[in-house]
Design a protein around this ligand. Structure first.
Ligand SMILES: Cc1cc2nc3c(=O)[nH]c(=O)nc-3n(C[C@H](O)[C@H](O)[C@H](O)COP(=O)(O)OP(=O)(O)OC[C@H]3O[C@@H](n4cnc5c(N)ncnc54)[C@H](O)[C@@H]3O)c2cc1C
Length: 152
């Protein structure tokens, strides 16, 4: 009788959802490939503190490989996910494609402006390491100026 084959689980996104799955799921025949465009997990709830200079970005970002170190069954890839082909069970990345048996989709969310992209200029998005405005760039925007000067 043939031994059951190993399964490849591809996890897209090393945010709260993807990381929690990687930490908690374990099966002797499962190999996990975690893919994120960034090499770090970002603790988004503290982005406000970075935007207002209360914390530095390294305080709220930790390398995914270091968080998951010691877990031999997990491989971390820093790649941009371009598409998912459900029929062929394949994820297309920048320069290659990866086949999966099971897929965990945890790519987060984007800001939504209710069909008014021009509102973006007035409502600063805050959901990624490259997006938080520095305290100097928020000068001149009333709401953010108030936050930036709130006494500690
Ligand atoms: C400013 C702020 C404050 C918040 N405060 C709280 C709070 O106090 N309490 C609370 O419960 N929640 C809070 N949240 C919400 C919480 O952070 C999110 O609900 C949570 O991060 C969502 O987890 P996720 O795994 O779905 O996505 P995320 O944590 O956003 O992770 C998605 C991951 O996917 C990666 N990714 C996305 N697209 C691609 C792609 N094409 N290719 C490769 N990688 C990709 C990203 O790099 C990211 O690492 C806050 C969010 C923000 C922005």
């Amino acid at each position: 009788m043939n031994a059951p084959s190993n399964k490849t689980i591809v996890v897209l996104g090393g945010g709260f959802g993807g990381l929690e799955f990687c930490r908690s799921f374990r099966h002797p025949r499962a190999r996990i490939i975690l893919i994120d465009r960034q090499n770090h997990h970002l603790f988004q709830p503290l982005l406000y503190q970075v935007a207002t200079a209360g914390l530095a970005m390294p305080d709220i970002a930790k390398p995914l490989r270091s968080i998951l170190s010691g877990r031999e069954h997990i491989q971390v890839l820093m790649k941009e996910v371009r598409a998912v082909n459900i029929e062929e069970r394949r994820v297309d990345l920048d320069d290659c494609a990866i086949a999966y048996d099971h897929l965990v989709l945890a790519l987060g969310a984007v800001n939504h402006y209710f069909g008014h992209p021009e509102w973006r200029h007035h409502a600063i998005g805050l959901n990624g390491a490259s997006s938080p405005p520095s305290s100097s760039s928020v000068e001149g925007r009333p709401g953010w100026r108030w936050r930036a000067r709130w006494p500690s």
